[in-house]
Design a protein around this ligand. Structure first.
Ligand code: SF4
Length: 228
């Protein structure tokens, strides 16, 4: 499995915010989000190929029992099935952070799905052929449906503008009924002032629609830094 980084930190987003966790970031993604904050695992994937047994040993030597498998897109490598099964057998709690475009048989306690809206598509100028590839691949409600039926879940959407909320409502209408408090809306941005500015209109909009406002606490705590 191509791995970009492994580190201990705290979960900064979603239902398990604040939970000390080990983060395992796979490298490689089938999307190219315009706002991607981990380009070293997507736009220009880098990392080291590490066999699953070695990864399991590395993680066993770190302290928290919670493991967040993230990316890139961690559902891309087939070996995620073996990895999550072995970690589960050792008593780890597993969160998978996915864009919900690929499904595999995995052991997972919390499927953290972040479907990508139209605001994620990069311009052709920036991304060349990836602009159309991204647009074609990003919208897979039938896969998200299977994920939320199989696993405990949260749905995290990145919001740039208020009108994105109508697109989210439309998206949800394509899924079976979901718990609205598990629909978490995050402001787009990687610096504190931008996030605070967007919080001003996004938090009340979430309250009005019974969604959960989802701050990006890791940026509050550490800034936009690798390994946090
Ligand atoms: S799905 Fe995630 S890792 Fe892939 S390009 Fe989008 S934000 Fe980056």
């Amino acid at each position: 499995m191509l791995v970009s980084e492994i580190y201990s930190s705290r979960q900064g987003e979603g239902r398990l915010t604040g939970q000390p966790s080990i983060f395992l970031r796979t490298s490689g993604c089938n999307l190219r989000c315009d706002f991607c904050d981990t380009p070293y695992a997507s736009w220009a994937p880098e990392g080291k190929n590490i066999p699953v047994p070695e990864l399991v040993e590395k993680i066993a030597n770190l302290s928290p029992k919670h493991v967040v498998v993230t990316g890139g897109e961690p559902m891309l490598p087939q070996t995620i099935s073996q990895l999550t099964k072995e970690l589960h057998a050792r008593g780890h709690h597993i969160t998978i952070e996915t864009a919900g475009t690929v499904i595999r048989n995995v052991s997972c306690d919390l499927m953290s799905i972040s479907p990508k809206l139209a605001n994620s598509t990069p311009s052709q100028n920036r991304a060349g052929e990836w602009s159309a590839r991204h647009e074609k691949a990003r919208h897979r409600p039938e896969i998200v449906t299977q994920l939320i039926q199989r696993y405990d879940y949260q749905l995290k959407f990145v919001v740039s503008q208020l009108r994105d909320l109508d697109e989210i409502e439309q998206y949800l209408s394509l899924l079976p009924a979901v718990r609205r408090e598990y629909v978490m809306l995050m402001p787009e941005g990687i610096d504190k002032s931008q996030l605070k500015e967007r919080e001003k209109w996004l938090r009340p909009a979430c309250e009005k629609r019974e969604f959960t406002y989802c701050p990006r606490m890791h940026i509050e705590w550490y800034g936009n830094k690798r390994g946090t």
